[in-house]
Ligand binder design. Structure first.
Ligand code: 13P
Ligand code: ZN
Length: 274
């Protein structure tokens, strides 16, 4: 089968374009990765031409032998649907979990996203925590969330609670909450370690003054999660711009009622009295 005709490749490209249309991917901002199923690798294997092994810059032994579809470093989300073979690639992780090689894509050269350590370390954590169910890791430069990292304390409790309060669906969509990474140099192993630690507890991590990481089972759920958090941040930015105080809001007891009826567990650490 032609590589680009595979349904999951189409889904990957559509998601990248949806993110572009939201305005989250200026220039080469953001990156996306998908842990490909064995049968999906088989479908397109005839198109593979393996390049040399390269260092990942992190060790991910639990991903040994897995294949990933990822965006290229310096590539524009704008171009993913226009020239996919130049913008994205399929890569294979070696048996030690320390190296990767490109087997398709990036036809004009280049390498996978500079955030590959963060993507793969997050995949490793999520694969283990969800029994292999989670397959998508998404990094976007979401405007309103970034704006909030300049005015709210960079604490998991504060961001989770404030964003939960802005839209009733939020605690149902991200009941585990949101983790905060203070400003760090992007693109390396250190920020990958900090982010993947948070991914053990959460599906969303915010990088202060930079953007967001979201993890999920498939493209729709992961994009929907990113979209929901960013929409809530937009409401909060609007609210704070009108006046800094709320006349009324959703209370801790309201959240407890919601949790009961919607069958989700909301950790009490987020339901503190203000
Ligand atoms: P890449 O172009 O290397 O994916 O980097 C974009 C980015 O958002 C870095 O955090
Ligand atoms: Zn970024």
């Amino acid at each position: 089968m032609n590589f680009l005709d595979a349904e999951y490749v189409q889904g990957f490209m559509r998601m990248a374009n949806d993110g572009w249309e939201q305005g989250w991917h200026e220039r080469n901002g953001g990156n996306l990765s998908y842990r490909v199923k064995t049968e999906e690798v088989e479908l397109v294997k005839e198109n593979f031409v393996a390049k040399e092994w390269q260092a990942i810059g992190a060790t991910v032994p639990d991903l040994a032998g897995e294949f990933f579809l990822v965006t290229g470093s310096g590539k524009y989300f704008r171009n993913v649907i226009i020239k996919p073979e130049d913008s994205i690639c399929m890569l294979e992780v070696d048996q030690t979990g320390e190296k990767y090689r490109i087997v398709w894509g990036l036809v004009n050269g280049g390498r996978p996203t500079s955030e590959l350590p963060s993507h793969l370390m997050n995949h490793e954590v999520k694969k283990k925590a969800t029994d292999g169910k989670y397959r998508v890791i998404y990094h976007a430069h979401t405007t309103n969330v970034i704006a909030l990292t300049f005015v709210l304390p960079l604490k998991d409790e504060v961001f989770t609670r404030e964003l939960w309060e802005m839209a009733t669906e939020c605690p149902v969509v991200f009941p585990a909450g949101i983790g905060m990474v203070p400003w760090m140099v992007p693109g390396g192993c250190e920020i990958a370690i900090a982010t993947s630690k948070l991914m053990k507890a959460y599906d969303v991590a915010i990088w202060a003054h930079h953007g967001m990481f979201a993890a999920g089972e498939d493209f729709d759920l992961t994009f929907g999660l990113m979209h929901t958090v960013e929409k809530s941040a937009e409401i909060l930015v609007k609210m704070l711009s009108m006046q800094p105080t709320k006349l009324q809001t959703i209370t801790p007891d309201d959240f407890r009622d919601l949790a009961r009826d919607f069958n989700v567990t909301l950790p009490e650490k987020f339901l503190y009295t203000k």
